[in-house]
Design a binder for this molecule. Structure first.
Ligand code: SF4
Length: 855
């Protein structure tokens, strides 16, 4: 069919593809599609369908070539060029397209649609593709769950009453799925009835009152959504009746989603596998989950077959469960799967700036930004089919080990919708391929699995082969830059005993990890940043626990990891590989020396102390005035598209993970990455902390949603918040001050809201005067809401937050000349309501009461 390529110069170059059939679209998988694509073909309708497929899948700009008036409906990302292609230009491959009108466009791919190609299937044809068995089972399942929900609600109402309260714990989103899709805030049983009525409308393939309606053959996807709505009600009834949680976490609180935000955006979590049912045997369960862990995919478990669960299979094999291990049991019944759905549906509400009821945008967000899929094992029934159809409505595919009718790409999914893979060795890669997850794997030559999923793993005493530091011995880690000539790249040297030479009866050794690096672009300021990565890099190793930093390190190696051949040199192997892998832009050579003799460790520690002190002094001396450049962080835009963090020497990113130096180093490493330098430009307002260039940058990168941003103000143009903030600053007008609350505080605050409720009104990339998401360390900065008077405005914070900030907070108030301020700041032991707070503040004569009005 290549004869149907147009006879123009460059048409045979690599990167020029002829599509003659629907199956040919698979050819595109062979290309890295990361830039503009041109699509040329005989029919506007067909070309537009292909352009839409490309845009949805790759999110790149698509130019459709049409020499006649274009009849199709253009959507985001797709433009028409009204001039024929004259030539395809590029060195060996297509790099640009020249048009007859003299214009040109840079491209990564040019697609010609064969003039003989049949049209892609329309709605009618697609209906025929929906296997009849799915239609029958899905319809039956949806009806069964509707009946069950109606009966369960009637019975609950007869036992209690319609006004009886019903809720999930620690969420600001009521019943998150129902809230997101139907814009109903379910607070009592009466509200459940209202949601059920909407589910019944949907099951009849009619639009719900929020407009929710997903076109599909036989209304199957709407039946699926009705099923999910019912399951959310049934799960809440199970919580009410104390039947949930059982053998699992149950409902996932908002704070867990917030704490995972950064890991999802920076790739430490590559995907989410919702595993329903047990594996064919225990060994297969372990292998599956280890494979997911090694690819940084979190497994959420639910369901059982005759009492046999995936959870139990793992526990029988001694696999540790928990979020820190990337394995979370939601519950042993299939109903618990709904907790994965109402977890996913909160991401667009929390981070995406979507409002309840914006079901279309919410579904798009989940399809494009939440890398989840369902792995259905060992069992299927009509309820699971109906549930699965609901999941497909959000674009989340289903992979199974069962022989079921296959379902190719449907309108809501990016790729295939339902896929069977019976070979367990291929299941994980099939899941990754079907969901289109990009897995970044680190190649580190150690004898045990190595991945971010092992970062939070603990090694308990009884599992431990050997430890360093903590209370057991002295341990230290120190990274410095050296001359090129003094470093042999990859050299790992052990000076002293290895862990297989421990003295009899001993399980501890002293340890100094000394890392020496050279890089043409390396700077002294980057040394502490690289040194801090030792914690993360070593923790990625299965069976290795690393805590602390500098000379407060504590490392444990498990018996299992030791027995697989792990020795001390592997610490060096890890650090060498990972520093090259993640920091190759600033690091050219790395060598590691490991010392286990006490004298060496003491000597190195004394020397390192001096350097640590110098680093601290240098950092403490850095101010916003001492630099002319701040840095952006746009990492969270993959979740919160309008959010921009501006990171300054005196104000770190609100997630607490990016200081100005981190952002600077990150820019050196990836110049086109999320951390861009912003020359401050002209100072517009020193009190608020506004500069003209910063405003222009934020305006542009927030998609024109934010006009001006104040670096130092809570009330006037505060920074937006994406959702993964460590703390919230919130105004308490009646106290003429502000309160602080951190993510781990579950109780009530004097604002009348818990952290979770407050967080609901702060996130989503919008400016909210009076409310601000911040990193913990910003509280200690001289620039902390300095426009409103700084720390002296703080009237309340949880006791635990005071303790976490500890001595640094004490020094800061001393520095302010207000040594007694800490005692004047209330906490939950003296006030959890504004009335109690005012009584306390008056009693202690808090300075905020006499400061100028905050509003
Ligand atoms: Fe997200 Fe801001 Fe942290 Fe960057 S600094 S990861 S944008 S919260």
């Amino acid at each position: 069919m290549a004869t149907n390529l147009p006879q123009i110069p460059g048409a045979r170059k690599k990167g020029v593809v002829l599509i003659s059939s629907e199956g040919d679209l698979k050819k595109l998988d062979a290309y890295l599609i990361n830039d503009t694509v041109c699509v040329d073909g005989p029919s506007s309708g067909l070309v537009l369908k292909i352009a839409k497929l490309i845009y949805e899948k790759y999110k790149v700009s698509v130019k459709v070539i049409s020499t006649e008036p274009f009849s199709g409906q253009l959507t985001e990302g797709i433009q028409v060029v009204n001039s024929p292609v004259q030539e395809i230009v590029g060195e060996g491959r297509a790099e640009a397209v020249k048009f007859k009108d003299g214009k040109a466009v840079g491209v990564c791919l040019v697609i010609f649609v064969d003039k003989d190609m049949p049209d892609l299937p329309g709605e009618q044809a697609k209906a025929e593709l929906m296997p009849q068995l799915l239609v029958e089972l899905g319809t039956k399942g949806a009806q069964a769950v509707l009946n069950l929900t109606r009966q369960s609600l009637d019975s609950a109402i007869s036992q209690k009453n319609r006004e009886s309260k019903i809720e999930f714990p620690e969420t600001n989103y009521y019943f998150p799925l129902i809230n997101a899709l139907l814009n109903i805030e379910v607070k009592n049983l009466q509200d459940c009835l209202a949601a059920l009525a909407q589910a019944e409308v949907l099951a009849n393939n009619q639009a719900a009152s929020s407009g929710l309606f997903v076109p599909s053959p036989d209304g199957l996807l709407n039946k699926g959504l009705a099923t999910l709505i019912c399951e959310e009600i049934l799960a809440a009834l199970a919580v009410l009746n104390q039947e949930h949680p059982k053998e699992g976490l149950g409902f996932i609180p908002d704070k867990i989603l917030r704490s995972l935000g950064l890991q999802l955006v920076d790739g430490r979590i590559a995907g989410i596998a919702v595993i329903l049912g047990p594996a064919k045997d225990e060994q297969s369960a372990v292998e599956l989950v280890r494979d997911f862990q090694s690819k940084s995919i979190v497994s959420l478990l639910a369901g059982n077959v005759n009492g046999n669960t995936f959870r139990q299979q793992l526990q029988n094999q001694g696999v540790g469960l928990g979020l820190e291990n990337y394995i979370v049991s939601l519950g042993d019944d299939y109903l618990s799967a709904i907790y994965a759905v109402n977890f996913a549906v909160r991401a667009p509400l929390m981070y995406g700036g979507n409002k309840p009821g914006q079901w279309q945008a919410i579904a798009d967000y989940i399809r494009n930004r939440v890398p989840a899929f369902v792995l259905l094992l060992s069992h299927v029934d009509e309820l699971l089919v109906a549930t699965g159809l609901g999941v497909l409505a959000f674009g989340l595919p289903i992979i199974t080990d069962l022989v079921v009718p296959q379902l190719g790409k449907i309108d809501t999914t990016l790729f295939e919708a339902l896929v069977t893979e019976q070979d367990y060795r291929k299941l994980v890669s099939k899941c990754i391929l079907t969901r289109g997850i990009k897995v970044k794997m680190s190649q580190v030559a150690v004898p045990v699995p190595y991945a971010a999923a092992f970062e939070g793993e603990r090694v308990r005493k009884e599992q431990m082969a050997v430890e360093f530091g903590g209370k057991a011995s002295q341990a230290i880690e120190f990274l410095s830059s050296q001359d090129e000539s003094s470093i042999t790249d990859g050299n790992v040297e052990l000076i002293g005993s290895d862990i297989d030479q421990l003295p009899a009866g001993s399980k501890a050794l002293p340890l100094a990890i000394v890392v020496e690096v050279f890089g043409r672009k390396m700077q002294k300021d980057f040394e502490p940043i690289l040194e801090r990565q030792i914690h993360r890099f070593t923790n990625y190793c299965m069976g290795l626990m690393h805590m602390g930093q500098r000379d407060m390190v504590w490392i444990r190696i498990s018996k299992d990891t030791y027995s697989k051949g792990f020795r001390l040199k592997h610490l060096g192997v890890i650090l060498h590989a990972m520093l090259h892998s993640e920091y190759s832009a600033i690091v050219d050579k790395v060598q590691v020396k490991l010392y286990t003799n006490q004298d060496d460790v003491t000597r190195i520690s004394l020397n390192a102390q001096q350097i640590y002190n110098q680093r601290d002094e240098r950092l403490a001396g850095m101010t916003d005035e001492s630099v002319d450049t701040f840095y952006s962080c746009l990492l969270c835009q993959s979740f919160a598209p309008n959010h921009v963090c501006v990171v300054t020497p005196e104000r770190l990113g609100l997630c607490g993970a990016y200081s100005w130096l981190d952002a600077k180093a990150s820019f050196e490493i990836i110049p086109s990455g999320p951390n861009q330098p912003i020359l401050k430009g002209n100072l517009l307002d020193g009190r608020l902390g506004q500069w003209d260039n910063i405003n222009t940058f934020v305006q542009q990168k927030s998609n024109q949603t934010i006009e001006a941003v104040s670096m130092y103000s809570l009330m006037d143009g505060p920074q937006s918040s994406c959702g993964c903030f460590e703390c919230i600053v919130a105004i308490i007008p009646e106290a003429n001050g502000v309160m602080l609350v951190h993510r781990d505080y579950a109780g009530m605050t004097p604002s009348g809201m818990s952290f979770t409720t407050l967080a609901g009104s702060v996130g989503g990339g919008v400016q909210t005067p009076g409310f601000l998401g911040v990193g913990k360390l910003y509280i200690l900065s001289k620039k902390f809401i300095s426009a409103e008077g700084g720390l002296a405005r703080v009237v309340w914070m949880p006791k635990e937050l005071k303790e976490v900030l500890g001595d640094k907070l004490k020094s800061r108030v001393q520095e302010l000349g207000q040594g007694d301020l800490l005692e004047k700041i209330a906490d939950e032991t003296v006030a959890t309501s504004s009335e109690e707070l005012l009584v306390f503040l008056k009693k202690v004569a808090h300075p905020a009461l006499t400061m100028e009005p905050i509003i």
